[in-house]
Design a protein around this ligand. Structure first.
Ligand SMILES: [Zn+2]
Length: 282
């Protein structure tokens, strides 16, 4: 396992791996934020890191060579700050962290970087970050969100998929996270109702859920403790290991497929016309 984990390798081992050829580097993004009373703060980091690690192992059996970069652990969690222990970066800092980490990976000659994201609250900013990045560097970095890679399995659940709920708790169990199902709760199951009932600005045409189906105006996040005493948004009590295993079974090969297909078409590292010359440390 250590042979896939960048931070566990010596620099000479990384050098040798690059010489032999690395198809892609998986870069996990997590969060340090409350996940209800039943799961630890590092749950998004754990899920993203574990999926990336298992994808790298699975890839090896197909002859695809993947490395896993260290997990970017503190991210966009401002709306969890009412719960003890949650940590946050400002959006501006997050964008810079993204650029600096991805630049570092490309600096060493890796040609393909794939973000493996475990935190729904990072999706909007990562979408801006990768588009800004290609605008400036010509480098195309896809973002794989496990919830969307598992969309067909998750949509069968008939459950909200917002935070620390059925799908996420199930996957956490299946991957080996510490989960105490005796403390799992069902809160803010209908997020729209919960926002309205809390007396917060609300509209029937607002999208209160990142996975809300149908038309609607996008509204900002709410401070979650205003709508959920436990921190769960959805129903964690329905979580099962079997559901989690079904999610993992579709996500892991799809991550490998994404990495393989991007690697097959990786561009050279020649400077792009939009490349900013801002790398005096090269
Ligand atoms: Zn999470």
């Amino acid at each position: 396992v250590a042979r896939h984990m960048l931070e566990k390798m010596t620099w000479t081992e990384v050098d040798e791996a690059i010489s032999r050829g690395v198809d892609a580097v998986l870069l996990p993004f997590g969060s340090i934020e409350q996940h209800g009373p039943h799961m630890p703060l590092d749950t998004d980091c754990f899920i993203a890191g574990e999926l990336a690690k298992r994808a790298a192992e699975h890839a090896e059996t197909e002859g695809v060579r993947l490395l896993v970069a260290p997990t970017v652990n503190v991210t966009l969690s401002w709306y969890h700050m009412q719960y003890a222990g949650s940590l946050r970066l400002t959006t501006e800092t997050f964008m810079r962290v993204f650029t600096d980490v991805v630049d570092s990976l490309f600096h060493h000659g890796f040609k393909t970087v794939i973000v493996v994201n475990g935190h729904g609250g990072n999706v909007a900013a990562l979408t801006v970050a990768i588009n800004s990045y290609i605008e400036k560097t010509g480098r195309r970095v896809p973002v794989a969100n496990w919830l969307e890679l598992a969309g067909d399995v998750v949509s069968e659940l008939d459950t909200p998929t917002t935070h620390a709920e059925e799908a996420e708790t199930s996957l956490a169990i299946a991957l080996g996270q510490r989960v105490d199902m005796d403390l799992a709760t069902n809160d803010a199951f209908n997020r729209s109702d919960a926002v309205r009932d809390a007396g917060l600005p609300w509209s029937a045409v607002g999208r209160y859920d990142a996975h809300h189906r149908g038309p609607g105006a996008i509204v900002p996040m709410d401070m979650l403790r205003d709508i959920s005493p436990s921190g769960v948004i959805g129903d964690a009590t329905r979580a099962t290991r079997e559901t989690g295993e079904r999610i993992a079974e579709v996500v892991i090969p799809r991550l490998v497929q994404l990495a393989r297909e991007f690697a097959e078409r990786a561009p050279s590292n020649d400077p792009h016309p939009n490349q900013e010359v801002l790398e005096p440390w090269k």
